[in-house]
Design a binder for this molecule. Structure first.
Ligand code: S3P
Length: 455
């Protein structure tokens, strides 16, 4: 079928009621572990696919985004078994041996899944159609297609301006390149590295702003030779030796700091709260939110620090805190890129102005997050400004609430404004909670156990 006549996917969200209203709650208290890290879960499946033998994954995120990547891995030839909740086994086919999928790969809402899988497919002589839902069809794909085309992949069909659906023909003999990513994006970097696994010799990726490095860490853990050096002030130069022999691993996925961000901020803004979040990934390229909240005066205490599968892990305790406005530098954006919506909520409850700089990438996430956050703040009586790529929130220690927030098929917009409603004077309603299932399927259940009043 020509890609132009394909319909966008509608993922099944029938289990979850769409409207939810968050009411002012007495406290957020207890201990909890949020689901597995989404970025690491996608990578575990795709690297498992590229490894001959059985990789075991404990604590994988069973959210819709990751389930879509799992279905794609099966189409590429992997056998995937679920032993118990979160405990999966992946039997991979190995680099160079991917099968050609028999139908279009539907990544639903997942930008990470589709972009990483494009990189994997680009190193194999197979034809693949990549597609997704209406939100994913609006997101830019040129940033990934451009480098993988330099490596020898061909785009056979695409919708205007490199949007999904895309029909891709991978390279028979992928070419190693030196590539400087034009935007700070771990997805682009990872797509190039995944394609480079099938290329001979050295592929070099340069990023001016270091982004999450789970691909590099995991490839190294599977036995690839990968060198990482500093590059200019905030950047990195990554050198991967192609065609490695990857060896199956036993992986444990740490709890996702981007999901933990919601109960974490809830505990800071709801009076009388005292919460422990266990087993959280503490990779320094993911901890920008915690750093910023501490600068705002948050009580966040590290209880235990350890290492698992080459990633640092912590248990964190947070208590209700009086927050104050701060300035967040643009250089911190890659380490907290998914956390700005919930930081804007924290900033709404803070005393004084919070300036968040360098947010251009927020415009191309699951929704235009800058616009969606601004509309949500306005609906709930929070004063803000957008100046270029900067978001400025004028907090005064309290939030009126009472607004209805449009979530625009975006899980993080939904969860952020549900957190706002737990401490605002009037309740906050969101129009559609169904997309929460992409990254945090039991968000409302876990939050209710801790004391959240969601109706
Ligand atoms: C991700 C990278 C980030 C982030 C996304 C997950 C990843 O996107 O927003 O949720 O797993 O590589 P970009 O690479 O586009 O910044």
């Amino acid at each position: 079928m020509p890609v132009a006549s394909m319909k966008p996917s509608v993922t099944d969200k029938s289990q979850i009621s769409a409207h939810i209203v968050a009411h002012r709650s007495a406290s957020i208290k207890g201990r909890a572990r949020v689901p597995g890290d989404k970025s690491i879960s996608h990578r575990a499946l795709l690297i498992g696919l590229l490894t001959v033998g059985e990789t075991s994954i404990e604590g994988i995120l069973e959210g819709e985004d990751v389930l879509a990547t799992a279905r794609a891995c099966k189409q590429f030839g992997a056998a995937i078994a679920r032993n118990s909740p979160g405990s999966w086994r992946v039997s991979g086919v190995g680099i160079g041996s991917l099968l050609e999928p028999t139908s279009a790969l539907d990544f639903g809402n997942s930008g990470t899944g589709v972009r990483l899988a494009m990189g994997v497919a680009a190193g194999h002589p197979i034809e693949v159609v990549f597609d997704g839902d209406a939100s994913l069809r609006r997101r830019p794909m040129r940033r990934v297609l451009e480098p993988i085309m330099r490596m020898g992949a061909e785009v056979l069909e695409q919708i205007d301006g490199a949007r999904l659906p895309v029909r891709l023909k991978g390279a028979r003999d992928p070419i190693p390149i030196q590539y400087e990513t034009p935007v700070p994006s771990a997805q682009v970097k990872s797509a190039v590295l995944f394609c480079a696994l099938a290329a001979p010799g050295e592929t070099i990726v340069i990023e001016r702003e270091a982004t999450r490095d789970h691909t590099e860490r995991m490839l190294r853990a599977f036995g690839a030779t990968i060198g990482i050096e500093r590059y200019s002030e905030h950047g990195r130069r990554i050198v991967l030796q192609g065609r490695p022999e990857l060896a199956p691993q036993k992986l444990r996925v740490p709890a996702d700091p981007s999901s933990a961000a919601f109960p974490l901020v809830a505990a800071l803004v709801v009076p009388d709260s005292d919460l422990v979040l266990e087993g959280m990934l503490a990779n320094p390229l993911r901890t920008g939110l915690v750093e910023t909240l501490k600068e705002m005066g948050a009580s966040i205490e590290e209880l235990d620090r350890r290492e698992e599968n080459g990633e640092p892990i912590v248990d964190l305790r947070m208590r209700h805190s009086s927050l104050r406005g701060v300035e967040v530098p643009a250089s911190r954006a890659p380490s907290m890129i998914d956390e700005y919506p919930v930081l804007a909520v924290a900033a709404s409850f803070a005393a004084g102005t919070t300036i968040m700089r360098g947010l251009s990438e927020l415009r191309v996430k699951e929704s235009d997050r800058l616009a969606a956050v601004a509309a949500g703040l306005a609906a709930n009586g929070v004063a803000y400004e957008i100046a270029g790529d900067n978001l400025i929130v004028h907090g005064n220690g309290r939030v009126a609430g009472g607004g209805e927030v449009e979530t625009h098929m975006d899980h993080r917009i939904a969860m952020s404004f549900l957190v706002m409603g737990l401490a605002s004077e009037k309740p906050v309603m969101i129009d559609d909670a169904s997309f929460v299932a992409t990254s945090f399927p039991d968000f409302t259940g876990l939050m209710r156990k801790l004391g959240a009043d969601f109706r």
